[in-house]
Design a protein around this ligand. Sequence first.
Ligand SMILES: Cc1ncc(C[n+]2csc(CCOP(=O)(O)OP(=O)(O)O)c2C)c(N)n1
Ligand SMILES: [Mg+2]
Length: 1020
Amino acid sequence: MLNLRTCVAKLRPLTASQTVRTISHQRLAAPRTFQQIRCYSAPVAAEPFLSGTSSNYVEEMYYAWLENPKSVHKSWDIFFRNANAGAAPGTAYQSPPPLSTSLSTLTQAQFLGQAQPNVDKLVEDHLAVQSLIRAYQIRGHHVAQLDPLGILDADLDSSLPADIVTSTDKLGEAPLSFIVFHLPTTTFIGGNESALPLREIIRRLEMAYCQHIGVEFMFINDLEQCQWIRRKFETPGIMQFTNEEKRTLLARLVRSTRFEEFLHRKWSSEKRFGLEGCEVLIPALKTIIDKSSEKGVDYVIMGMPHRGRLNVLANVIRKELEQIFCQFDSKLEAADEGSGDVKYHLGMYHRRINRVTDRNITLSLVANPSHLEAADPVVQGKTKAEQFYCGDTEGKKVMSILLHGDAAFAGQGIVYETFHLSDLPSYTTHGTVHVVVNNQIGFTTDPRMARSSPYPTDVARVVNAPIFHVNADDPEAVVYVCNVAAEWRSTFHKDVVVDLVCYRRNGHNEMDEPMFTQPLMYKQIRKQKPVLQKYAELLISQGVVNQPEYEEEIAKYDKICEEAHARSKDEKILHIKHWLDSPWPGFFTLDGQPRSMTCPSTGLNEEDLTHIGQVASSVPVEDFTIHGGLSRILKTRGEMVKNRTVDWALAEYMAFGSLLKDGIHIRLSGQDVERGTFSHRHHVLHDQNVDKRTCIPMNHLWPNQAPYTVCNSSLSEYGVLGFELGFAMASPNALVLWEAQFGDFHNTAQCIIDQFICPGQAKWVRQNGIVLLLPHGMEGMGPEHSSARPERFLQMCNDDPDVFPKLDDFDVRQLYDCNWIVVNCSTPANFFHVLRRQILLPFRKPPGVPKGLVWDADAGTVLPWLTVPSCPLAGTHFLRVIPDSGPAAQNPEQVKRVLFCTGKVYYDLTRERKARQMEADVAITRVEQLSPFPFDLLQREAEKYPAAELVWCQEEHKNQGYYDYVKPRLRTTINRAKPVWYAGREPAAAPATGNKKTHLTELQRLLDTAFNLDAFKDLS
Ligand SMILES: Cc1ncc(C[n+]2csc(CCOP(=O)(O)OP(=O)(O)O)c2C)c(N)n1
Ligand SMILES: [Mg+2]
């Protein structure tokens, strides 16, 4: 760094930190008269190579020439002689020929009056200049002054940009620096000029790349995009602001700063995660929104962490201030059901006029949990859905903005997972603007301990997103960069990152003492003049505003805050629904209630079922060759349709197909879902002869059907489930399903499940109907791939195990009261009904559907057409419990044992019962909906078999599966009149054994217990 600095300092007439003012001071102090410059400057003013910036350089050169004509290059010597001799403008200077001209001409032109230099050397010099330019483009950001504190290297990379130094060294010192070089087409520093002296080249590169903006973009492998960025940052004088723009920027800074000051004055001991040190975030976001609105965007969906969130709500989204202020009142009563959330997690939805563009704009800030970055994929999913519903296939109308903290952006893997969705056809939102509040600290940990990459933003490089680092104490640089970022997004529809390098004036929150851990940084921060003050002083010195105007702007906003505060005292009740990020207009009544409390039949007429079945077993386009194996699968499907039976895949097909007919969009996403992990689904057919030719028969069902989206996802559970949750947020009229490859892979998406899906409605009064399909079943495939860990879902259900609900209508009311639904279907038909019920219900709850029957020999082939024995196709519904219908049920008084079970183990049990000829002794009752628990139906079942022992049987280990959830509820059901016994595997640490033989032994043991009528004798 030192080398480069020394070298550049020698060459450049204007150092990065020098202002025009300091230069003119030096001039005044110099022993030369201003008159001399005047005489000379008049004829040269019209020289083609002179611009505002290069004239400084010429001035320097001129002084040097005056002192000693030999101290400047010969060409300058001639030029100044000619100019002084009164040569007409444009004639005193001889520009070098373009590079394409022969070297001998070049040599002549450049070395006027000198001996012909070594041609090799000349070429080498030109190449060196080209690589110098390129080096600045690649590594100029290392030299840029990004850190407002100036104590830490904001990039943490103090390594020497070696190629810049090497090139300069090769070129040598002062004499060469006066040589004029032709500029390559990969730079715009020349403006209208195609050649510049080396000194000027370097000076302009310094201006473009080494001031308060550090541009990282040279890894982008698209020439057009690189050129676009170069043009935006290199063109001389491009960063110009009108006085009006400067005043707007100042006014926005006033709001941002005074908002935090107001909160601090009123509630000095309340946590608010203030923005102090990065107040420029507000003008930054407003600039991005203004520019995007100008480019046609009318809906912006945002996600952000705690830092500055209240300020963004107030000053960007324009939430009423009194609604924010009243949140600080601890006596405020909650009006809505649910547990609510802290104020800096709540979401918001607001439609208003953008004052700058005079166009309507809707802004939505997605509610989020504490878990940093978890909202990223959710925001993207919601954005994708909003684009989908308004037919915005290119992201021209709807866009997302994601805000990040520096530590979280670098540390959280979900950031990477979300970036990887950004260019996938079914997941792209056509470009996101990312803004990092890079205060160079995460809680108490500074970047040296928090990441291994130089910048917190390096993760964005994987998707070729340009990264604009900017010193947040230079508001104009920030606004410029934000404008470029928004333009980039609207031009290329790709992600872009703005890295606001700032500081955190207070501790992590307002109660925190930062000096414990960052003493030096905070000593510097205490000295730091707030950005508003700095910028106001600058504008006052420029005469853009005067002191009274500035003070008036402050007083005006303070008054707004005071008045809102006075009004906020009238608020006695907190309505979380005022903080809803995704309203569903029309779906609920005006006061947010379901329009009914009933669920229509989920059955379907035979004609529609047959039609869907026929399409599902055909190839609905001409000249399309499918794989021979698939032809056989489709043929089998066709036969099932003829026989009026369904398997798992066909039941799913029929549920989807029927909802599509009713205008319900269906989106099924997850790893390998198009074919289905178990090769059972085949929703996308591939032509065996034509590359990439595919057909989705589901989209050929009905003339005016809703579209069906089925998409193989990236190999990310956290990211994709978050995305689908976001997609499902946008509308209640879509069935959005995420399928885990195997149920236990939801492990890595647990944060979305725990923080959003399970408690989303309780925290944010936001319903969501996402469906999780979780393949589950102990098949002897080892510890993984066996269990969807239903115990976790059940543990998070909010129904009380000890209370028998007092409800008239369990079917619907119980569903309304619960936080989510856990279903384990034992028949394809019940799977069909539960999928349809999901949409036909007058409200939305997320169900988890472990499905284990894809492979099961009994369940996977011939099961009756949509469950009900006599096959009344209309009027059927999802069965929460499937009672025994065999000999045991005919003579219930004789039954000695009732085996309650769920899912696939039912088939093992019935086979075993048959083999042991115990059909009259043992009844088997299937619990299909585990949560909310079917207290009413199981009570009926238990009462039906008065003499029977009650046993819960499961194939999972005792400490897993359903037992812990079911047992207390079953006991409540029977008023604790009898014990509830257990037949199943022993407790274990792993979900399943890795040994097939052990697996089978365990299975036989549990079956033995289940049918040994003496098994529990000694225990009772
Ligand atoms: C996933 C997750 N891990 C840990 C935390 C606890 N935590 C809250 S804020 C914070 C520091 C965040 O630093 P940064 O991302 O730089 O944001 P800043 O607070 O500096 O604005 C931490 C560790 C959290 N909220 N989420
Ligand atoms: Mg930070």
